[in-house]
Write a protein that binds this ligand. Structure first.
Ligand code: FE2
Ligand code: FE2
Length: 275
Protein backbone atom coordinates (compact mmCIF):
# COMPACT_ATOMS: atom_id res chain seq x y z
CA UNK A 1 0.00 0.00 0.00
CA UNK A 2 1.49 3.37 -0.97
CA UNK A 3 2.22 6.20 1.44
CA UNK A 4 -0.61 8.43 0.17
CA UNK A 5 -3.14 5.72 0.96
CA UNK A 6 -1.58 5.01 4.37
CA UNK A 7 -1.75 8.71 5.22
CA UNK A 8 -5.39 8.86 4.10
CA UNK A 9 -6.23 5.82 6.27
CA UNK A 10 -4.57 7.53 9.22
CA UNK A 11 -6.69 10.67 8.76
CA UNK A 12 -9.83 8.54 8.49
CA UNK A 13 -8.91 6.70 11.66
CA UNK A 14 -8.39 9.97 13.57
CA UNK A 15 -11.88 11.15 12.51
CA UNK A 16 -13.37 7.78 13.47
CA UNK A 17 -11.64 7.72 16.86
CA UNK A 18 -12.49 11.33 17.71
CA UNK A 19 -16.17 10.70 16.99
CA UNK A 20 -16.13 7.45 18.93
CA UNK A 21 -14.60 9.18 21.97
CA UNK A 22 -17.07 12.06 21.82
CA UNK A 23 -20.32 10.30 20.98
CA UNK A 24 -20.17 6.54 21.21
CA UNK A 25 -18.53 5.40 24.44
CA UNK A 26 -20.85 3.33 26.64
CA UNK A 27 -20.47 1.27 29.74
CA UNK A 28 -22.00 -2.23 29.83
CA UNK A 29 -22.38 -2.03 33.61
CA UNK A 30 -23.88 1.43 34.06
CA UNK A 31 -25.51 2.38 30.72
CA UNK A 32 -27.95 -0.54 30.51
CA UNK A 33 -31.14 -0.24 32.61
CA UNK A 34 -30.53 -3.68 34.17
CA UNK A 35 -33.07 -3.00 36.94
CA UNK A 36 -35.85 -3.11 34.30
CA UNK A 37 -35.21 -6.81 33.80
CA UNK A 38 -37.66 -7.46 36.61
CA UNK A 39 -40.47 -6.34 34.23
CA UNK A 40 -39.55 -8.75 31.41
CA UNK A 41 -40.34 -12.44 31.10
CA UNK A 42 -37.80 -15.05 29.98
CA UNK A 43 -38.12 -15.85 26.27
CA UNK A 44 -36.03 -18.82 25.13
CA UNK A 45 -36.17 -17.76 21.49
CA UNK A 46 -34.64 -14.34 22.28
CA UNK A 47 -32.16 -15.92 24.72
CA UNK A 48 -30.96 -18.46 22.15
CA UNK A 49 -30.43 -15.69 19.59
CA UNK A 50 -28.57 -13.56 22.18
CA UNK A 51 -26.40 -16.56 23.08
CA UNK A 52 -25.70 -17.24 19.39
CA UNK A 53 -24.67 -13.64 18.66
CA UNK A 54 -22.65 -13.63 21.87
CA UNK A 55 -20.81 -16.68 20.48
CA UNK A 56 -20.22 -15.06 17.08
CA UNK A 57 -18.78 -11.98 18.85
CA UNK A 58 -16.61 -14.28 20.99
CA UNK A 59 -14.33 -15.23 18.09
CA UNK A 60 -12.77 -11.81 18.68
CA UNK A 61 -9.21 -13.15 19.16
CA UNK A 62 -9.35 -14.75 15.69
CA UNK A 63 -10.90 -11.63 14.13
CA UNK A 64 -8.23 -9.48 15.75
CA UNK A 65 -5.44 -11.71 14.56
CA UNK A 66 -6.73 -11.41 10.98
CA UNK A 67 -6.86 -7.62 11.38
CA UNK A 68 -3.37 -7.35 12.80
CA UNK A 69 -1.86 -9.71 10.21
CA UNK A 70 -3.05 -7.31 7.53
CA UNK A 71 -1.69 -4.15 9.16
CA UNK A 72 2.00 -4.54 8.29
CA UNK A 73 3.39 -1.23 9.56
CA UNK A 74 0.25 0.71 8.71
CA UNK A 75 -0.38 2.98 11.70
CA UNK A 76 -3.99 3.94 10.90
CA UNK A 77 -5.07 0.37 10.27
CA UNK A 78 -3.27 -1.01 13.32
CA UNK A 79 -4.79 1.58 15.66
CA UNK A 80 -8.19 0.98 14.13
CA UNK A 81 -7.77 -2.74 14.84
CA UNK A 82 -6.93 -2.00 18.49
CA UNK A 83 -9.87 0.34 18.98
CA UNK A 84 -12.23 -1.88 16.99
CA UNK A 85 -11.19 -4.83 19.18
CA UNK A 86 -11.98 -2.88 22.34
CA UNK A 87 -15.42 -1.93 21.02
CA UNK A 88 -16.18 -5.46 19.86
CA UNK A 89 -15.09 -6.89 23.22
CA UNK A 90 -18.03 -5.09 24.83
CA UNK A 91 -20.49 -6.83 22.51
CA UNK A 92 -20.07 -10.41 23.69
CA UNK A 93 -19.59 -9.14 27.22
CA UNK A 94 -22.87 -7.23 27.39
CA UNK A 95 -24.84 -10.10 25.78
CA UNK A 96 -23.27 -12.44 28.34
CA UNK A 97 -24.28 -10.06 31.15
CA UNK A 98 -27.82 -9.96 29.76
CA UNK A 99 -28.12 -13.76 29.67
CA UNK A 100 -26.86 -14.04 33.23
CA UNK A 101 -28.66 -11.07 34.82
CA UNK A 102 -31.98 -12.08 33.20
CA UNK A 103 -31.61 -15.51 34.79
CA UNK A 104 -31.75 -17.32 31.45
CA UNK A 105 -28.24 -18.78 31.72
CA UNK A 106 -26.11 -19.57 34.77
CA UNK A 107 -22.50 -18.43 35.18
CA UNK A 108 -21.45 -22.04 34.76
CA UNK A 109 -23.38 -22.49 31.51
CA UNK A 110 -21.89 -19.28 30.13
CA UNK A 111 -18.38 -20.29 31.17
CA UNK A 112 -18.79 -23.70 29.48
CA UNK A 113 -20.16 -22.00 26.36
CA UNK A 114 -17.20 -19.59 26.20
CA UNK A 115 -14.74 -22.45 26.62
CA UNK A 116 -16.46 -24.40 23.85
CA UNK A 117 -16.51 -21.41 21.49
CA UNK A 118 -12.89 -20.48 22.16
CA UNK A 119 -11.73 -24.05 21.53
CA UNK A 120 -12.81 -23.53 17.90
CA UNK A 121 -11.05 -21.40 15.29
CA UNK A 122 -12.41 -18.92 12.79
CA UNK A 123 -10.31 -18.43 9.68
CA UNK A 124 -10.48 -15.31 7.56
CA UNK A 125 -12.34 -15.95 4.32
CA UNK A 126 -10.16 -13.87 1.96
CA UNK A 127 -6.40 -13.68 1.53
CA UNK A 128 -6.11 -10.17 0.19
CA UNK A 129 -6.19 -7.05 2.37
CA UNK A 130 -8.52 -5.10 0.11
CA UNK A 131 -10.98 -7.99 -0.09
CA UNK A 132 -10.96 -8.09 3.70
CA UNK A 133 -11.85 -4.38 3.72
CA UNK A 134 -14.85 -5.18 1.50
CA UNK A 135 -15.67 -8.11 3.77
CA UNK A 136 -15.48 -5.79 6.81
CA UNK A 137 -17.87 -3.28 5.23
CA UNK A 138 -20.39 -5.97 4.30
CA UNK A 139 -20.11 -7.96 7.53
CA UNK A 140 -20.47 -4.91 9.79
CA UNK A 141 -23.54 -3.65 7.94
CA UNK A 142 -25.09 -7.14 7.91
CA UNK A 143 -24.49 -7.37 11.65
CA UNK A 144 -26.11 -3.96 12.12
CA UNK A 145 -29.20 -5.15 10.19
CA UNK A 146 -29.40 -8.34 12.25
CA UNK A 147 -29.14 -6.44 15.54
CA UNK A 148 -31.74 -3.92 14.41
CA UNK A 149 -34.16 -6.76 13.71
CA UNK A 150 -33.37 -8.39 17.05
CA UNK A 151 -33.87 -5.03 18.75
CA UNK A 152 -37.36 -4.72 17.19
CA UNK A 153 -38.15 -8.30 18.18
CA UNK A 154 -37.04 -7.72 21.78
CA UNK A 155 -39.05 -4.48 21.99
CA UNK A 156 -42.18 -6.19 20.62
CA UNK A 157 -41.70 -8.99 23.17
CA UNK A 158 -41.57 -6.46 26.02
CA UNK A 159 -37.85 -6.89 26.76
CA UNK A 160 -36.74 -3.26 26.82
CA UNK A 161 -33.37 -4.15 28.36
CA UNK A 162 -32.37 -6.47 25.52
CA UNK A 163 -33.66 -3.90 23.03
CA UNK A 164 -31.30 -1.32 24.56
CA UNK A 165 -28.40 -3.78 24.49
CA UNK A 166 -28.96 -4.32 20.76
CA UNK A 167 -29.33 -0.58 20.14
CA UNK A 168 -25.93 0.17 21.65
CA UNK A 169 -24.19 -2.72 19.89
CA UNK A 170 -25.87 -1.87 16.59
CA UNK A 171 -24.69 1.73 16.80
CA UNK A 172 -21.09 0.48 17.07
CA UNK A 173 -21.58 -1.88 14.11
CA UNK A 174 -22.90 0.95 11.94
CA UNK A 175 -19.88 3.12 12.85
CA UNK A 176 -17.58 0.22 11.90
CA UNK A 177 -19.42 -0.27 8.58
CA UNK A 178 -19.01 3.44 7.77
CA UNK A 179 -15.29 3.33 8.54
CA UNK A 180 -14.80 0.38 6.19
CA UNK A 181 -16.86 2.16 3.54
CA UNK A 182 -14.51 5.16 3.78
CA UNK A 183 -11.49 2.85 3.45
CA UNK A 184 -13.09 1.30 0.38
CA UNK A 185 -13.72 4.72 -1.11
CA UNK A 186 -10.01 5.48 -0.73
CA UNK A 187 -9.17 2.19 -2.43
CA UNK A 188 -11.58 3.04 -5.24
CA UNK A 189 -9.88 6.38 -5.78
CA UNK A 190 -6.50 4.62 -5.93
CA UNK A 191 -7.40 1.61 -8.09
CA UNK A 192 -11.00 1.74 -9.30
CA UNK A 193 -10.98 -1.32 -11.56
CA UNK A 194 -9.25 -3.62 -9.09
CA UNK A 195 -11.41 -2.43 -6.19
CA UNK A 196 -14.61 -2.97 -8.20
CA UNK A 197 -13.44 -6.47 -8.94
CA UNK A 198 -12.81 -7.20 -5.25
CA UNK A 199 -16.16 -5.68 -4.34
CA UNK A 200 -17.98 -7.89 -6.86
CA UNK A 201 -16.11 -10.99 -5.74
CA UNK A 202 -16.82 -10.53 -2.03
CA UNK A 203 -20.47 -9.60 -2.61
CA UNK A 204 -20.93 -12.81 -4.60
CA UNK A 205 -19.23 -15.06 -2.04
CA UNK A 206 -20.01 -13.40 1.32
CA UNK A 207 -21.00 -15.48 4.34
CA UNK A 208 -21.50 -14.26 7.90
CA UNK A 209 -18.58 -15.26 10.13
CA UNK A 210 -18.48 -18.14 12.53
CA UNK A 211 -22.17 -19.02 12.83
CA UNK A 212 -21.56 -22.42 11.28
CA UNK A 213 -18.72 -23.29 13.65
CA UNK A 214 -20.66 -22.48 16.82
CA UNK A 215 -21.55 -25.29 19.22
CA UNK A 216 -25.01 -26.78 18.45
CA UNK A 217 -25.16 -24.90 15.17
CA UNK A 218 -27.95 -27.03 13.69
CA UNK A 219 -30.22 -26.37 16.66
CA UNK A 220 -29.65 -22.63 16.33
CA UNK A 221 -30.41 -22.35 12.63
CA UNK A 222 -34.20 -22.44 12.86
CA UNK A 223 -34.34 -19.90 15.65
CA UNK A 224 -31.82 -17.70 13.87
CA UNK A 225 -34.26 -17.31 10.98
CA UNK A 226 -36.05 -14.82 13.22
CA UNK A 227 -33.13 -12.53 12.42
CA UNK A 228 -34.82 -12.21 9.03
CA UNK A 229 -31.71 -12.05 6.87
CA UNK A 230 -32.49 -13.81 3.61
CA UNK A 231 -30.96 -13.02 0.23
CA UNK A 232 -33.60 -10.35 -0.50
CA UNK A 233 -32.92 -8.49 2.76
CA UNK A 234 -29.17 -8.86 2.24
CA UNK A 235 -29.41 -7.33 -1.23
CA UNK A 236 -31.74 -4.49 -0.25
CA UNK A 237 -30.36 -3.57 3.17
CA UNK A 238 -26.68 -4.43 2.82
CA UNK A 239 -25.54 -4.64 -0.82
CA UNK A 240 -27.38 -1.62 -2.21
CA UNK A 241 -26.57 0.75 0.72
CA UNK A 242 -22.90 -0.32 0.63
CA UNK A 243 -22.71 0.45 -3.09
CA UNK A 244 -24.67 3.70 -2.66
CA UNK A 245 -22.28 4.86 0.09
CA UNK A 246 -19.54 4.76 -2.54
CA UNK A 247 -21.59 6.38 -5.28
CA UNK A 248 -21.93 3.05 -7.11
CA UNK A 249 -24.78 0.93 -8.41
CA UNK A 250 -24.80 -2.79 -9.14
CA UNK A 251 -24.27 -1.97 -12.81
CA UNK A 252 -20.76 -0.73 -11.95
CA UNK A 253 -19.72 -4.20 -10.79
CA UNK A 254 -17.92 -6.52 -13.21
CA UNK A 255 -19.38 -9.99 -13.76
CA UNK A 256 -17.42 -13.12 -12.78
CA UNK A 257 -15.98 -13.50 -16.27
CA UNK A 258 -14.45 -10.04 -16.16
CA UNK A 259 -11.75 -11.27 -13.80
CA UNK A 260 -9.18 -12.13 -16.44
CA UNK A 261 -9.78 -8.84 -18.21
CA UNK A 262 -9.39 -6.97 -14.92
CA UNK A 263 -6.34 -8.79 -13.67
CA UNK A 264 -4.18 -8.58 -16.75
CA UNK A 265 -3.92 -4.97 -17.89
CA UNK A 266 -3.87 -3.05 -14.61
CA UNK A 267 -1.08 -2.78 -12.11
CA UNK A 268 -2.55 -3.76 -8.74
CA UNK A 269 -1.21 -2.80 -5.35
CA UNK A 270 0.34 -5.80 -3.60
CA UNK A 271 -1.65 -6.84 -0.53
CA UNK A 272 -0.39 -8.73 2.45
CA UNK A 273 -1.76 -12.20 2.73
CA UNK A 274 -3.28 -13.63 5.86
CA UNK A 275 -1.58 -16.90 6.76
FE1 FE2 B 1 -19.82 -6.72 17.26
FE1 FE2 C 1 -18.44 -4.37 14.48
Amino acid sequence: MNRTLREAFHREYMTFFEQAERTRRWNPFTDIPWEDLRDSRPDERLALCAETFCGVEMFLPDYLKAHLDLCGGNYGQAWFAANWGYEESRHSLVLREYLHRSGQRTEEQLFDYAEDVLSRTWRSPYDEGRQMVVYGAVQELTTFVIYRKQRDLAARSGDSVLAEVYRLIGRDEMAHAKFYQRMLQLHLETDRVGTLHDLAHVLRTFRMPAEDILPDYEARVAVMRTAGIDSGVFFKEVVLPTLAAMGLSRHDLPGPRARAAVDVPIRREPHRRVP
